[in-house]
Design a protein around this ligand. Structure first.
Ligand code: RUB
Length: 312
């Protein structure tokens, strides 16, 4: 039996009450910690079965952001390795790994803010898409450092997460302009730098982020505007090293429009897209700034697995 609070976290991720790849990952760590803390299991094997069930529930919520499986793997890793450990040790390991993940994740966003802000100059006009804590950390840190900047934010249809960014940026006192997604090419000549987040980054440096990101990258490329991605290292996708493709989530059609209004039309709602590495100038991680071609090395360094064991 999975506790109601844990099921609620999974539901909140699925329905996007909890959203954004970093927040989703931290919520998964919270859910696993809760499962470990409140477990009534009497034996280690029973406890690990419960943890597996909670992991599967979390992993089934949204398919695209690799931060979620990477968080689950990080939190459960120690317990899975601890063969023969007693129940208390296993519980303690899950709880401390969850705390460690959450702490590291928050620190990573802060560091990305600081590292990325060095790439922002006075009078820069920045465009961001959707709502990414990492991208906004860069912008807000640069502004706090006293850099005079302006920001354009795309609405980000269908769920309009751009409005969250507008609220956050204006609350911080940053001059912000809201535009519809299709206005990017119209305004691109006013933009110095594009900064977006990522849900997954593939071994070849391709960036998977909110639908529309790749169109913005294409427009930026055409206009020779710099295109930055801000992402913690747990957004890098180990499976892509062995040819795994990133699944692009397609969500409810109601998010686009009530399908009953157009009964004869097919409606599609893919919510992420893939930006090829050629359109990405640099990736800002908590470990430093890398070109997209270094994604392979990051994945190799960060994600160790046993030979024969399939990475997620
Ligand atoms: C959010 C989105 C964000 C990334 C990175 O999509 O695409 O750019 O998740 O965000 P959704 P962060 O709203 O569908 O979750 O930097 O906050 O992890």
């Amino acid at each position: 039996m999975i506790r109601a609070e844990i099921k609620q976290i999974a539901r909140d991720i699925r329905t996007m009450r909890i959203r954004g790849a970093g927040r989703v990952a931290r919520a998964a760590a919270v859910a696993l910690k809760l499962a470990a803390k409140t477990s009534k299991a009497k034996m280690p094997a029973e406890f690990m079965r419960e943890i597996d069930r909670v992991s599967s529930l979390l992993l089934a919520t949204r398919p695209t952001a690799i931060s979620l499986p990477n968080a689950v793997r990080f939190v459960t890793f120690g317990a899975k390795q601890a063969k023969g450990a007693d129940l208390q040790t296993l519980q303690g390991t899950i709880i401390s790994r969850a705390d460690e993940f959450i702490k590291n994740s928050k620190e990573a966003v802060e560091r990305i803010g600081k590292i990325g802000a060095r790439r922002i100059s006075n009078d820069d006009v920045i465009l961001t898409h959707c709502n990414s804590d990492c991208a906004l950390a860069v912008i807000k840190t640069a502004f706090k450092q006293g850099k005079r900047i302006k920001v354009f934010v795309t609405e980000s249809r269908p769920m309009r997460q751009g409005l969250i960014s507008v609220r956050e940026l204006t609350k911080a006192g940053i001059p912000t302009t809201l535009i519809v997604d299709s206005a990017v090419r119209h305004f691109i000549r006013d933009i110095d730098k594009v900064i977006v987040g990522a849900d997954s980054i593939a071994a070849n440096g391709a960036v998977i982020n909110k639908i529309g990101t790749s169109q913005i990258a294409l427009v930026a490329h055409e206009a020779r505007v710099l295109f930055f991605v801000a992402a913690e290292s747990y957004k890098f996708h180990p499976g892509t090293l062995v040819g795994r493709l990133v699944e692009i989530e397609e969500r409810d059609l109601d998010e686009v429009i009530n399908p009953k209004r157009f009964p004869r039309a097919k409606i599609r709602n893919p919510v992420f897209d893939i930006t090829p590495p050629e359109y990405v100038d640099l990736i800002i991680t908590e470990r430093g700034i890398i070109p997209p071609s270094a994604a392979y090395a990051i994945i190799q360094n960060l994600f160790a697995w046993e030979p024969g064991e399939e990475p997620v």
